[in-house]
Each structure stands twice: as structure tokens, then as C-alpha cells.
Ligand binder design. Structure first.
Ligand code: KG4
Ligand code: ZN
Length: 329
């Protein structure tokens, strides 16, 4: 059994995952609410909140799983990329736990973790496949090889998809995180009333760009003025959300075509988006491509995905990991 810890951003997470990385016995998450009034994550606030919460979240992960600490065989932790102070809280806790019990430690890459959520969702899934990771900090397409190595096919040249949603939501006076806020505001809205640019339509580039989209929302808001923005909010949110979904879907499907992939995986916080999930379900079934999208709780940051990735990540034996460091990139 693996105990996994994830503290790379603003979610304090711990989970117990079976050794083969195919089943989570628990998945405890404490989402920090301290950041909502700042409209974005404040790194120092995040580190301190992790410090206060992590012990309790680990205890909850163990008790939800009905597993005693003595039954844990390996400790896994996110070591990169993320907010350095936030990562260090998780890494220090993982080292302490593993060291005191003489267990090996498994250092996990957060993005590999997002993709590994798919192995929990579909216990029969095996690479090769194409994966889209779309989160608040990253938007990238990977070809995942038979040995699970990830080859970058394309990535965002500016903002991440989640970041574009977060910034768009802020411009529209909606809450944080912006992704779910925009989806709620878009309910009943007409996505065609305001057309937003879908960047990089060139067929063969697999890179993304969301800065033009953001700018066009800003101009639209200025043009309409506050009163009409309020009246037209659902349409504006729907159009903006649709443009992000369109860019992500189109590039993912193009990557699948170029790689002749039989299956695609969508992961990261933005994969929790309902419009994106519906769109890809339709497109993939039309093309006969397998689609694995984990449930929303496994898309946004969580530790079960870190445990799933750890099952196929080399471990560091006790006590060699004491000098292990976290990295922001
Ligand atoms: O993966 P994640 O939880 O944290 C990072 O590693 O960044 O992703 C967070 C991002 C935020 O930008 C948030 O707005 C977005 O995922 N997000 C969503 C939804 N839930 C979270 N975007 C669209 N629709 C959602 N339902
Ligand atoms: Zn993430």
C-alpha cells in the first residue's frame, strides 16, 4: 500500500492507493479557501495553510481507507513542479514519515500524476495513448509511450487553459477558481452570441495560445460597459468557455490523429469541465477513439493520482532521500 501526499499548489491532499496504482482506498483533500479574496493563490499563504492542515489530512486519508500507518509500504510525494514553499511542506512531511518507519520514498512529478489519474479511472488502460493535461499552471499534449514515458507534443505558448479561465472569470467579476465559476455563469447562455477567437487554428501545430482570447474578452467588456456586461454575463461566459473548450478539443483530436492513437486521456483541473467532457465524448465516439476522463475529483489536484503514478516511478531506498529537494519547475 502506498501513502501519497500532494501539496504543490492550494490543495492539501493525502491518499492511500494499492501497490499496483490501480485503486485508491481513500482520497482526502482540503481545499484552501484563504485565497478566494485575493482572486488567485498567494504562495506564502498556501505554504502556511499546508503546514496547518497536512497532518489532519494524512490522518483522514488513513482512517477513510481503514488502513493503519504500519500497513503502509511506501510513501509517495509530489516533488515538482509547483509552488516551492508549498511543495517543501509535503516533501518534508513525506521524508519524516518514511524515515521514521524505514520506508522507501517515491518522488513524483505532478504532471505525470495528473495523467496517472486515468489508470485509476480505467484499471484496464495501458499506454500508448495521447494525453492532454490542462490545469491552472500547465496546458500540454503528450504522447505516452508503452513504458509510460511522456513525450511532449505541444504546449501553451503563454497562459495555461485554467489560467485563462481564472483571469476571464476575474474580468467578469466572477469568483475564484474561475473554471467552475465561468461554467456556472454560462448556464443558459448562448455560446454563439459573442464569438471569441480560437487561437492557433493551423492544423499541424500542437501548441496552444490563450492570451489573444483574454485580450478579446477585455476589449468586449470595455465595449459593452458594466451594465450590459451584467445583463449579457451568461452569453459572455458561455462564449469564452466555448473558445477554451474548442482550442483544447481541436488540438487533442489532431494530436490523436497524427499519433494514430487508439485512446486519449484528458487530465488536470480543466478536465473537470462539463462542456469539454461532453464535446470530447461525442468527438471520440464518432472517431472510434477510446476516451478516458477521470471524474472531477481525480482531475483537480489530489493525492490518489500521485499514488497511481508512484506505482511505476523508481523509489529511493531508506534513508537515501534525506537530501531530496523539491523543484518549482
Ligand atoms: O489541476 P488543478 O487542480 O491545479 C493545478 O495544478 O493548476 O487545476 C486548477 C485549474 C484552475 O485554473 C481552475 O479554474 C480549473 O482548473 N478548473 C476548471 C474546473 N474545475 C477546476 N476549469 C473548468 N471547469 C471546471 N469545472
Ligand atoms: Zn494540478
Amino acid at each position: 500500500m502506498i501513502l501519497a501526499i500532494e501539496t504543490s499548489c492550494d490543495d492539501t491532499c493525502a491518499a492511500v492507493v494499492e501497490a499496483d496504482g490501480r485503486r485508491a482506498l481513500s482520497n482526502a483533500v482540503h481545499t484552501q479557501t484563504e485565497h478566494s479574496r485575493y482572486g488567485g493563490v498567494v504562495p506564502e499563504v498556501a505554504s502556511r495553510a499546508h503546514l496547518e492542515r497536512l497532518d489532519g489530512v494524512i490522518e483522514r486519508a488513513l482512517s477513510d481507507a481503514g488502513v493503519a500507518l504500519e500497513e503502509i509500504e511506501r510513501v509517495a510525494v509530489t516533488v515538482r513542479p509547483g509552488l516551492i514553499g508549498a511543495l517543501l511542506v509535503g516533501v518534508a512531511a513525506a521524508k519524516g514519515l518514511a524515515y521514521s518507519r524505514r520506508l522507501p520514498l517515491v518522488p513524483v512529478n505532478h504532471l505525470e500524476g495528473h495523467v496517472a489519474a486515468a489508470y485509476l479511472e480505467d484499471p484496464d488502460l495501458e499506454p500508448p495513448f495521447v494525453a492532454l493535461v490542462a490545469s491552472g499552471g500547465h496546458t500540454a499534449l503528450y504522447a505516452v509511450g508503452e513504458d509510460r514515458t511522456m513525450h511532449l507534443l505541444g504546449e501553451t505558448l503563454d497562459d495555461a487553459a485554467g489560467e485563462a479561465l481564472d483571469k476571464g472569470a476575474r474580468m467578469l467579476g466572477l469568483g475564484f477558481p474561475g473554471g467552475p465559476a465561468i461554467s456556472r455563469a454560462a448556464e443558459g447562455g448562448d455560446p454563439h452570441r459573442y464569438e471569441f477567437p480560437v487561437a492557433l487554428k493551423e492544423r499541424d501545430s500542437l501548441d496552444f495560445s490563450f492570451s489573444g482570447l483574454k485580450t478579446s474578452l477585455l476589449y468586449k467588456i470595455r465595449e459593452l460597459g458594466p451594465e450590459r456586461v451584467r445583463k449579457e454575463l451568461a452569453h459572455l461566459a458561455a462564449g469564452y468557455e466555448a473558445a477554451v473548450v474548442e482550442a483544447l478539443s481541436r488540438k487533442l483530436l489532431r494530436a490523436a490523429e497524427l499519433q494514430r492513437a487508439g485512446a486519449v486521456v484528458v487530465a488536470g483541473g480543466v478536465a473537470a469541465n462539463g462542456r469539454l467532457r461532453r464535446r470530447l465524448r461525442e468527438e471520440c465516439s464518432e472517431r472510434g477513439i477510446g476516451l478516458v476522463v477521470p471524474p472531477p475529483a481525480l482531475c483537480t489536484d489530489n493525492a490518489a493520482m500521485i499514488g497511481a503514478a508512484a506505482a511505476h516511478t523508481p523509489e529511493i531506498p531508506w534513508p537515501e532521500y534525506l537530501s531530496l529537494n523539491a523543484r518549482s519547475v
